[in-house]
Design a protein around this ligand. Structure first.
Ligand code: GLY
Length: 370
């Protein structure tokens, strides 16, 4: 049974990501060296509370002499709110907290972001551990220290960088993940290959069916290799000031526009929006003469074959209104001074930031449903 370790090189804020099977049951022994004291708060959501996962973690903590209490928040993106953050902080403080208290975030992206921000704010910062249970959280949101809640003015607008002390990625936690969510996570997993690692893409393309079907060893390999790319990017540009971390937003300029148009709900999951956005980013790159057509075909064929959307018309009949889509992209966080900014591809494994992409090309692409 393999256990892989990926390091995030951030000096004294550096940490390890462990990828393997049965890690949640061993949470205590795997965490005790990075915690400050014996007390922990296990933050999870109402769906996970009904499973055996919190109990498995709890037994693991107790076996290593750690004490814990559990706080659950309602499942769903709506919990990434200022109100829920305040309630979570109160619930933690009510049980007694000092700076040695650790916050353990057990769940998907919502729990990781919310509990992570609570850990950043509590007593000006307490130790955080990420225990991601969805594929999307395992390969993306649990690593890199971004924490946030949403505001009525937009997603993730109130947050902090707060790196975890360790990340435990237990592939057994994926056993009950619905197929649709697994695929949504796949979009972020393969995104790392698209931006940095052509050989990984070739390998993922070959083994996608077996990985998605649940082969644990292949899952460990896929997640460890994908997350190693994210770890390297974060190590090089922790706060997204050097241009490197922005590459992780490949496909996201389109994706955020589609998520806004669909209301961030069940019509289009984040990972599905990212898949569609990446398909479009590849097509745009080819249109601008930056990416070989063959790479665009392989990337899009891969996404379609695993079951992710590559055309807007597959998500919504007739696609999305072009003017509104362009207007939303102009308002994207990364759009400087209203100019359209994209992460484009110079070929599979080579992403690059492009400012000043001609709007006419984007409109033509959207009109062609590419
Ligand atoms: N998911 C993008 C980032 O962590 O920077």
């Amino acid at each position: 049974m393999s256990l892989r370790t990926v390091s995030v090189a951030l000096g004294e804020r550096g940490y390890e990501i462990l990828v393997g099977r049965g890690l949640l049951e061993r949470a205590g022994e795997l965490l005790v060296d990075v915690l400050e004291g014996p007390d922990a708060v296990l933050v999870t959501d109402s769906n996970l509370l009904a499973t055996d996962l919190p109990g498995r973690v709890g037994r693991g903590l107790e076996a290593a002499g750690l004490r814990y209490r559990t706080v659950a928040v309602p499942a769903g993106e709506a919990s990434k709110s200022m109100e829920r953050l305040a309630a979570l902080l109160d619930a933690i403080l009510e049980g007694g907290a000092d700076r040695r208290l650790a916050v353990l975030a057990l769940g998907g992206g919502m729990v990781g972001d919310l509990a992570g921000l609570a850990a950043a704010l509590l007593l000006r910062g307490v130790p955080l551990v990420q225990l991601p249970t969805s594929l999307l959280a395992q390969v993306d949101s649990s690593v890199g220290g971004k924490t946030a809640v949403n505001s009525r003015f937009g997603k993730n607008l109130v947050g902090a960088f707060h790196q975890p002390r360790r990340v435990l990625i237990d592939v057994d936690a994926l056993a009950s993940l619905p197929r649709r969510e697994l695929l949504a996570g796949w979009a972020e997993l393969v995104k790392h290959a698209f931006i940095k690692d052509r050989a990984l893409f070739t390998w993922l393309d070959e083994h996608a069916s077996a990985i998605l079907a649940g082969d644990p060893e292949l899952r460990i390999e896929a997640i460890a290799r994908s997350v190693a790319i994210k770890a390297a990017v974060v190590g090089a540009d922790e706060r997204e000031t050097g241009g490197e971390r922005a590459l992780l937003n490949f496909g996201h300029t389109f994706a955020h526009a589609y998520e806004t148009l669909t209301g961030y709900g069940a019509e289009l999951l984040h990972g599905e929006a990212v898949a569609l956005g990446m398909a479009r980013a590849f097509a745009l790159s080819a249109r601008l003469g930056r990416c070989p057509a063959e790479d665009v075909r392989s990337a899009r064929a891969h996404l379609a074959r695993v079951g992710l959307p590559v055309r807007a018309s597959a998500v919504r009949r007739g696609g999305f209104p072009i003017e509104e889509t362009v207007a939303l992209m102009r308002r994207d966080k990364k759009a400087a001074g209203g100019r359209l900014t994209f992460v484009l591809s110079a070929g599979i494994g080579r992403a690059e930031l492009a400012r000043d992409v001609p709007e006419a090309e984007v409109r033509a692409l959207l009109a062609a449903d590419d």
